[in-house]
Design a protein around this ligand. Structure first.
Ligand code: PXP
Length: 240
């Protein structure tokens, strides 16, 4: 099966660094431009309810950037849906959010929350936004994502990245099911040079969203080299 796999670069941690000193440097939008110039296929930002990294002004400027696919991660709240409808990113990825967490810890429980999610997703769909749901690789969550009217699921690779041996087969099975039920399949969280290969090699996965490792690696090699190397590893895994 021949396919192309896209790399969405998550720039949240550029904002984390900027916010540490309360100034303007390093500017996430400037880094996003460098990432695109270096071969990223899109930019991902997470506008959290607590605004701990990306802020409203960042989201506004980045979403207004013509011609670049922006993936806006957000919680399923009316406030966030209103922002998304106003900013019109290419895509929205709905993630669970708890204020005390360090990062997005688990997938969205679509099975339990499908009735709450459905009107929010319908509102985003009506605005022409492609909606994805960030879920654990569990069949019932994939099925519920169809019922909730999502077009895409992003499979949570965090447990796999943390070394859970059984997770790769769970991700593979969830990716197959996602394609079978007619949804597009993305994946992300905790991916690095060392662990990206087996995920990129799954034929149904067409997009990976990677942030923390790339921004950290950029300190050693610069962002363009980090992105080029990630893309090289993704392509090599695909080529088998
Ligand atoms: N995908 C989603 C839905 C996320 O919440 C995150 C973390 O913000 C990522 C991908 C990227 O994870 P990481 O920063 O570990 O690469």
């Amino acid at each position: 099966m021949s396919k192309n796999i896209r790399l969405g670069v998550n720039i949240d941690h550029v904002a984390t660094l900027r916010n540490a000193r309360g100034g303007m440097h390093p500017d996430p939008f400037t880094v996003a431009k460098r990432a695109m110039a270096a071969g990223a296929d899109g930019i991902t930002i997470h506008l959290r309810e607590d605004r701990r990294h990306i802020r409203d002004a960042d989201a506004e400027a980045i979403c207004a950037w013509a011609g670049v696919p922006i993936n806006l991660e957000m919680a399923a709240t009316d406030e966030m849906a209103a922002i998304a409808v106003r900013l019109r990113p290419h895509g929205v990825c709905i993630v669970p959010e708890r204020r005390a967490e360090i990062t997005t810890e688990g997938g969205l429980d679509v099975v339990q929350h499908r009735n709450t999610l459905k009107p929010i997703i319908a509102r985003l769909n009506d605005a022409g936004i492609v909606v994805s749901l960030f879920i654990d690789p569990v069949a019932a969550q994939v099925q519920a994502s169809v019922e909730a009217l999502a077009a895409v699921v992003e499979l949570h690779t965090g447990a796999y990245a943390n070394g859970r041996a059984d997770e790769l087969s769970a991700l593979a099975a969830a990716a197959v099911l996602t394609a079978r039920v007619g949804l597009e399949c993305h994946a992300g969280h905790g991916l690095t040079f060392m662990n990206v290969g087996p995920i990129a090699a799954l034929p149904e996965i067409v997009e990976l969203n990677i942030g923390h490792f790339l921004i950290g690696e950029a300190l050693f090699t610069g962002l363009p080299r980090a992105i080029a190397e990630m893309k090289r590893r993704m392509a090599a895994a695909l080529a088998g």
